[in-house]
Design a protein around this ligand. Structure first.
Ligand SMILES: [Fe+2]
Length: 208
């Protein structure tokens, strides 16, 4: 899904008015090679990006899942104010277009942004996605990093070791070393909700 030539990101007027820092970030380059519709990363972004972001609504069909992670730089220091963008399929394996931002329909409506706090932490409240129907594609969460002052880039999907579809070949195809390790093992908490970690290393494997 990352096939078009890199380019300077476009910017919505709403974003310009909302947050000058985000407006600057949206003008920064796409790093780390081609990315299909990287400008969609900014389409519909809220004026104030929360530290813990809900994707969809609390009524979204599916098994609730919380994604937690810490973003660090190459030296291991927490990265503050970095935005993580995530999108994924619904519980039936589709990217639901109804209700999605018009410019980002192919990402579906299950998408969100979380900004790292003073300890580099971010989190998403969402549901566990399904793999694409009729394929062997495993469950995955697409992730991009918006790193103010440097640029935007996609990182390896979050994939799950307990996914029955996940073969060694599939694991390798989703582990390119971008942004650290995307493979993780979800566990159920006391409420039966899934918890999973996706720590991120800034620009790891990005090449610029
Ligand atoms: Fe996908």
């Amino acid at each position: 899904m990352h096939m078009t030539a890199p380019r300077i990101l476009t910017l919505t007027l709403a974003l310009l008015a909302a947050d000058p820092a985000l407006a600057r970030a949206a003008r920064e380059p796409v790093l780390g090679g081609p990315c299909e519709h990287c400008d969609w990363v900014f389409e519909g972004i809220p004026a104030r990006v929360p530290n813990v972001a809900r994707i969809g609504t609390s009524n979204e069909p599916g098994e609730p899942m919380r994604i937690d992670g810490v973003v660090r730089d190459a030296e291991g220091a927490p990265a503050i104010g970095v935005i993580v963008y995530a999108y994924h399929t619904d519980a039936s394996g589709h990217y639901p277009s109804r209700g999605a931002h018009p410019a980002a329909r192919r990402h579906g409506r299950l998408r969100g942004w979380a900004r790292t706090d003073a300890q580099g932490r971010y989190a998403f409240l969402t549901i566990r996605p399904a793999g694409y129907p009729g394929t062997d594609i495993p469950q995955h969460v697409h992730l991009h990093v918006i790193e103010p002052g440097h640029g935007t880039y996609w990182i390896d999907d979050l994939i799950f070791t307990d996914d029955p579809r996940l073969t060694e070949a599939q694991r390798r195809s989703h582990e390119q070393g971008r942004g650290g390790i995307g493979t993780a093992t979800p566990v159920r908490d006391a409420s039966g909700h899934w918890r999973v970690r996706r720590d991120i290393v800034l620009r790891a494997g990005i090449g610029s």
